[in-house]
Design a protein around this ligand. Structure first.
Ligand code: UD1
Length: 434
């Protein structure tokens, strides 16, 4: 099995280019199936989640052509959407974002039959809000044995939908179905994440009429059909934040390029509070850190609050800060599984309910580690790069879901990190790095 092997202790230095946003890409690739015309999408991150979704889209009859590693042309014309086709294959069950195909296919064909989503196990991740939204638009929803959702409608009509909980997935999914419904839909208490705006902008480029994305009220006037478009996906806020945290943890100096600094404000302000220097440019940020870090409090919240997808990476830095920090997770219930791994590296962390109480230590020591989910894996990479000695990290398939060329990007910054797939290669790495 593949694993990362990392020798820590070197400050990261240089430049890193951030890929397109994975979570925006997943919505946009699904939405691209909503027209019979060709759609060209640029800045698609080459990570296993997008590759998997594209395979699933291809399996239902769309054509998918990679122009280059980050540019994809999709044509949904061949989708057999009206024939009662089930979207259920080895690919679709692997990713959570497969649920976007429900909204996309329901909008276009008034029929969707999609396997229930997989994804990272970070606690109960219901989709009741998605279902309620589709029902409000006039769809009948069945959850059939074997774990599939079947959504059907004679016609979809605009509705007033209030989301009880702020949900990124439900906001995007309802927005997609409503784009091809008759009349006006209002989504209240909508999520405001940058990738919601990106999916809305993409749908509008295809001819949809969506206003207010990025605020908590989104207004959609349904249109009859969508047409072809060309679109470039926004940069990945979380990949950028991960490299920012990594730079701080290794006391490095890195220019992080192809970012939208505004999307990083919650992360930047915490790093500054902890003692890093963060300089913002038009489309890049420089992070510099040395000396000791200060403890702080972090609470995850929907955007523009602190992102839950950066919680683990920040905790990996806070564990090296002087004093006591508290990290509170308010979005998902099972997002502290990396804590036991950091403890094995010397961290002092206690989990109480949905908070982690972190007493800073001077440093980490390398250990054998296992990634429990995507962002937990990223946090372990950060800790391993800051640690004394060599660490190995298993189950890196989670990390590959969301970080493109992670090991190569770290090596380009002077970090010692490789992917190996045997104990012999781990030993070889150790001999080489000394
Ligand atoms: C998306 C992101 C994920 C990120 C999360 C929160 C994608 C593909 N994934 O996940 O990386 O961590 O937003 O920023 O974009 N909820 C319900 N009922 C529902 C839907 C959600 O109760 O029908 C709850 C969830 O359990 C959770 C909260 O709402 O407590 C937020 O979840 P949501 O924003 O929907 O997360 P995802 O879209 O799954």
């Amino acid at each position: 099995m593949e694993q990362y092997v990392i020798k820590g202790g070197r400050p990261l230095e240089g430049e890193v280019v951030i890929a397109g946003a994975k979570n925006a890409a997943l919505g946009i690739l699904a939405a691209a199936t909503m027209t019979d015309d060709k759609v060209l999408i640029e800045n698609v991150p080459y990570v296993s989640d997008t590759v998997t979704l594209l395979k699933a889209i291809q399996n239902i009859g769309a054509t998918v052509e990679y122009k280059d590693r980050h540019t994809v042309v999709i044509c949904g014309k061949g989708i057999r959407g009206r024939d009662g086709l089930a979207v259920d294959d080895e690919y679709i069950r692997r990713i959570r974002a497969s649920y976007y195909l429900i909204g996309a296919l329901l909008g276009k064909y008034k029929y969707a039959d999609v396997a229930l989503p997989g994804g990272c196990d970070i606690g109960a991740r219901p989709i009741d809000l998605h279902i309620k939204g589709f029902e409000k638009l006039g769809a009948d929803i069945d959850i059939v044995t074997g774990g599939r959702i079947v959504a059907k409608a004679g016609r979809l009509t605009g509705a007033h939908i209030y989301l009880d909980t702020v949900s990124v997935g439900a906001t995007i999914n309802i927005m997609m179905a409503a784009a091809l419904s008759e009349g006006k839909t209002t989504i209240e208490n909508a999520a405001k994440e940058p990738h919601i705006v990106d999916v809305a902008n993409f749908l509008n480029t295809m001819g949809a009429n969506i206003k207010g994305a990025g605020t908590d009220v989104i207004r959609i006037r349904g249109v009859e059909r969508l047409h072809g478009a060309e679109y470039s996906i926004i940069p990945d806020q979380i990949e950028a934040g991960t490299f920012m945290a990594m730079t701080m943890a290794t006391r490095g100096n890195v220019l992080i390029k192809n970012v939208i600094p505004k999307h990083l404000e919650a992360i930047s302000s915490k790093l500054i509070e902890m003692g890093a220097h963060v300089i913002e440019y038009d489309d890049s940020v420089r992070v510099m850190a040395d000396g000791n870090f200060k403890a702080t409090q972090i609470k995850t919240l929907p955007y523009p609050g602190f992102p839950t997808d950066m919680q683990a990476q920040m905790a990996a830095v806070l564990a090296l800060s002087e004093g006591t920090s508290i990290v509170t997770e308010s979005i998902f219930e099972n997002r502290f599984r990396y804590v036991q791994e950091l403890i094995r590296m010397g961290a002092k962390i206690r989990v109480e309910g949905n908070s982690a109480i972190i007493s800073g230590v001077k440093g980490y020591t390398g250990a054998r580690l296992v990634a429990s989910d995507l962002r937990a894996g990223a946090a372990l990479v950060i800790a391993a790069l800051a640690a004394e000695g060599v660490s190995t990290i298993e189950d890196i398939q989670y990390v590959k879901r969301g970080y493109e060329d992670f090991d190569q990007k770290v090596r380009d910054l002077g970090g010692e990190m490789e992917i190996v797939d045997s104990e012999r290669d781990v030993q070889k790495f150790k001999l080489r790095v000394g």
